[in-house]
Design a protein around this ligand. Structure first.
Ligand SMILES: [Zn+2]
Length: 389
């Protein structure tokens, strides 16, 4: 069937032919979507999106490929379901399992896992089988019956250019706390709505966090003006491709602090026993460590940090790193800078494990995924894999 000619030939078709052709197009659409998901799987395994300066596969698909957020979310969830349960691909291609229901299944399995429960592969297969030939509503009902205790997924909906609708469940305990807060704010904020309370609390917390990280309040609200498409340039980044698992789902270090200290690397284990005590880091000009690097913090105070050793970076240095980076991941690929402001960590450009310094000039702010990618480039995927389990 020549799809280029479909539009001009449609009026010449009988109704029977039109219906028949439409069914062919629907099947073709499913086949193409399955092929797209296959391509996304390979891109994900190669971590191509990270190398191109995107912090996640989701960001890559929406910004580089131009799919809508909803369409992207469904395809990525379907991709993960097919990786876990390969037989669901056939069910999707045959039309018995819809893309929406496949995404719902995957979200359900993720929520089950997050709640601490487990589902065996056999149980998952059975649930997936039962989701076939069901409408979205029927699938929702089935999944709710299976785990009624799971919270409903949080939802955000754009109502206008300035207003969004948020939907989420809260515990009875939190509701009572909110009521108590309303009482205590009765004089300064009489009859405050939930939205007004949220504005008050979020603004107050943001100001505190921005100040702690050395950021100006306006920085968080800045648009990602540099986040332009650069497909042509991005092609050059393919050269160093290495296959690896999906970093976006694996944390290299759950202990990184609010100021984003670097995750543990092999060097960390080796150096753990001789981690430098923060109290030893502040010295006058007359007392510096032999292998140290001088970092001026303020008039009269100099901190000397040894190279090649993981130390607890002073907050003043962390604030300088955050401020220098404008509170945004500094990974750059051929002019494209990662736009992520999420889970930022302080990365040593020249790795500590290879003798890198703790000097400000050797420190960059990276999102967790790009920080891990840097470590893979430097140490190799095999060496890093044990730290991502
Ligand atoms: Zn990044």
């Amino acid at each position: 069937m020549n799809f280029m000619n479909v539009k001009m030939n449609l009026s010449a078709l009988t109704s029977e032919q039109l219906l028949s052709e439409t069914k062919i197009v629907v099947n073709e659409e499913r086949r193409i979507t399955a092929t797209l998901i296959e391509h996304l799987t390979e891109i994900n395994q190669r971590l191509l999106f990270l190398k191109l300066g995107y912090s996640s596969l989701f960001e890559f698909v929406t910004k580089e490929l131009g799919l809508s957020e909803g369409a992207t979310q469904r395809r990525i969830q379907c991709m993960r379901l097919m990786q876990d349960l390969p037989e669901t691909r056939q069910a999707y291609e045959e039309g018995s399992l819809s893309l929406s229901n496949a995404a719902k299944l995957q979200s359900h399995f993720q929520a089950i896992k997050k709640s601490g429960q487990t589902r065996t592969i056999e149980e998952k297969k059975e649930i997936a089988k039962n989701a076939e030939n069901k409408s979205q509503s029927e699938c929702d009902q089935m999944l709710t019956r299976l785990a009624p205790e799971l919270p409903k997924p949080e939802k955000t909906r754009i109502l206008s250019s300035t207003v969004r609708e948020l939907k989420f469940n809260i515990s009875e305990e939190l509701f009572k706390k909110i009521e108590r807060l309303k009482e205590l704010l009765g004089h300064s904020h009489p009859s405050a709505t939930l939205a007004e309370l949220m504005e008050l609390l979020v603004s107050s917390h943001l100001t505190k966090l921005e100040k702690a990280k050395g950021l100006q309040p306006k920085m968080v609200q800045k648009c990602d003006e540099n986040n332009q498409k650069s497909t042509a340039n991005s092609q050059k980044c393919y050269a160093t491709t290495q296959k690896s698992a999906d970093l976006t789902q694996k944390s290299t270090d759950q202990n990184s602090g609010e100021m984003g200290e670097n995750p543990k690397t092999p060097q960390v284990k080796a150096e753990k026993g001789r981690k430098t005590d923060k109290s030893n880091l502040v010295h006058t000009a007359a007392k510096t460590l032999p292998v140290g690097v001088g970092v001026r913090l303020s008039a009269g105070i100099r901190v000397s940090l040894p190279a090649g050793v993981r130390v607890a970076l002073p907050n003043a240095i962390k604030r300088q790193v955050w401020s220098k980076a404008d509170g945004r991941c500094e990974y750059v690929c051929e002019g494209r800078r990662c736009s992520s402001r999420y889970q930022l960590e302080i990365d040593h450009v020249h790795l500590l494990a290879l003798g890198g310094s703790n000097d400000l000039s050797n420190l960059k702010l990276k999102c967790r995924s790009h920080n891990a990618l840097s470590a893979i480039h430097a140490l190799g995927a095999a060496k890093m894999s044990s730290f991502r389990k």
